[in-house]
Design a protein around this ligand. Sequence first.
Ligand code: ADP
Ligand code: ADP
Ligand code: MG
Length: 733
Amino acid sequence: MIFQRCKSVIRLYPSCKFCHKPFSYKHLQLRGLHTSWSRLSNYSYQQFLDQQYWNDKHSKDEKNFDKVLIANRGEIACRVINTCRRLGIKSVAVHSEVDSFAPHVKLADEAVCIGPAPTSESYLVMDKIVEAAKQTGAQAVHPGYGFLSENMDFAAKLTENDIVFVGPNSEAIHMMGDKIESKRIGNKAKVNTVPGFDGEVPTEEDAIRISNDIGYPVMIKASAGGGGKGMRIAWNDDDTRKGFRLSKAEAKSSFGDDRMLIEKYIDNPRHIELQVLCDKHGNAIYLNERECSIQRRNQKVIEEAPSVYLDEGTRRAMGLQATQLAKAVGYDSAGTVEFLVDSQKNFYFLEMNTRLQVEHPITELITGVDLVHQMLRVAKGYPLQLTQEDIGIKGWSVECRVYAEDPYKGFGLPSVGRLNKYREPTHIPNIRCDSGVEEGSEISIYYDSMICKLVSYGDDRKQALDTMSKALDHYEIRGVTHNIPLLRDIIEEERFRSGDITTNYLQDVYPDGFKGKKLNTQESMRLAALACCVRYKQELQSTLFLNQTRIANQTRIPKMQSFKVKIPGVDEISVDVTSAQNQFMVAMNGEQLNLSDNFSLSDSVLAPEINGDTCYFQLLDRFPSGDIKFRYFGTVFTVSVLSDSFAAMMKHMPEKIEPDLSALVIAPMPGLVKSVNVSVGDMVSEGNEACVLEAMKMQNSLLATKTARVSKVNFKAGDTVGEGDVIVELEDI
Ligand code: ADP
Ligand code: ADP
Ligand code: MG
């Protein structure tokens, strides 16, 4: 057989209109990205990262560690490894069995498996980590945050084994890691502390007595607490009794230490914290503040640096108290002194976190200092080269904590799942993504549910927030429920934009819980218009593909198509779409909208210009029923687009009846049933606790939602439940 090479098949392709390289199928696939790339063609994420530490002072001839082990996982492990790489330090990752192929393991130079998935058998086992460090010859261990980072025994154990703990000395951890002790020291060091009882509260009865002495409202807290866990507000004796019990149990299971304290609850405060940096030579400086008032369940979700609230005088006063406290305990690493600031700008010391804080990147971006590098330097014994005068404020930075959690349930209940699709918006200029996941990663019940820290930077607050909005619009996460709808809504919310925020912000702005973005008329119209254009394209595509002979059939496609569109909360709209020359003309409600036809149905982020404004939509799904699912302003909207004739038929379909959920106590998330407090036949009234569910180390009290009799109990203490499982069923009396 003779093979002949036919020269005539070589065709000349036109060049790609975005990158001007010869056009191929790849360009079609990448078109969504290309659209953004073309505008930012000279932007490089790596370059942005490389330039962020412009103020990271150290001596040129300093010799750092050769090898550092990172006793953590996820984003913080990756964060520390990145600095090690930049400095030419070899890195060792430790990991549990389920984390064998996690990004932090791949990023490190070496990795050691330290046990099964549960943290109590891997990341929290000191001996295994010390062993791993010895085995790999690591000279130092960076603990990240959480896990063993504030464990003085761990720091001491490493020192015994001649391994450097990259953090403060264990004495300082001991003094500051405990809220009761740190308050006493704070008082002694003339730092303003929250008024209250600075001792341990042993029993429920004591709790009630002390709460009454302080005067309601009070805050009940676990002395060893962190991450917002083991903490409850009490407004009366009943709250105290319940809060004391739940918080104590939570503290026991999360920190293995259930000592409790009680202090005055400061109403409507701001949470403002000061980053400090100290060395072993008595130098201590502060790197400005971070405003962390946007919190749910006393845990931060959005942080920014600097704070709109502080004037230079207050900043200096707080900075001085922070360094004063650090010096009082001989602090010798990076740490954070947290304050509550009331409406009169009085500030009260809350606690000191003796570790690298989750939200440290915003400080890095406005000061140009690499905090991990400085921690490594001072751990090695070098004095700080930075002085207080070197620390200024350059620009503004905002961090959104992107969590795998459902924002529609209590502003965020943890969720689990696999990241089926995952694309970070690192192509947007001035965005830093600190994450430890990749496409295909599993968000499991074993670890923290944070997916990524999305950090934006700008010359001023407005710029930083606008960039954040855009980044959230371009962030693609599929497979797990996440809190981008809430984050995106807050970033544009009027009160937040004006800087008028307190730790009660979420309750104040969303008194009935977060219900998703509320579209105004213009936004609804734009969504409807885009949905029709998508449907128009879809019809066009199916006609073309069905008939194969494209050109011949082009004439058969009607130039105008009419649809009936339904958006949740808006009446059905009739829409006519006409297409001409890369432009859609959409007529509805007596108005015309012009949309640029710059997207294809395979793009996941659509960025059409609508009447001159660029709008961002994520196209999530298209269903045969005519429903199209979009993410718009972060929230998912399902738009029904039907042809006129189909819509007429749909009118005869029966409506789906929603079941009565008030008769059921449903698990809002996967977890472990700690106790079931009712049995079959019991009478309950609205607000009675039916059971306690432990999920992600939090104790959640599930309540009956009406007065009724218990008809069924489907689970018992010790059982594991999945999201949506019915634990208790009620029947009307
Ligand atoms: P704060 O303790 O004041 O809330 P952060 O916002 O920095 O300060 O929260 C960090 C806390 O969250 C840690 O102390 C820890 O309890 C928890 N945490 C967060 N991420 C992790 C993680 N990867 N592993 C373990 N604990 C974590
Ligand atoms: P954690 O160690 O969990 O971070 P913190 O003591 O730092 O615990 O408190 C976390 C958050 O709880 C604070 O940012 C604040 O919103 C709220 N909080 C704590 N104590 C009080 C208080 N006394 N009054 C009002 N709010 C408080
Ligand atoms: Mg705190």
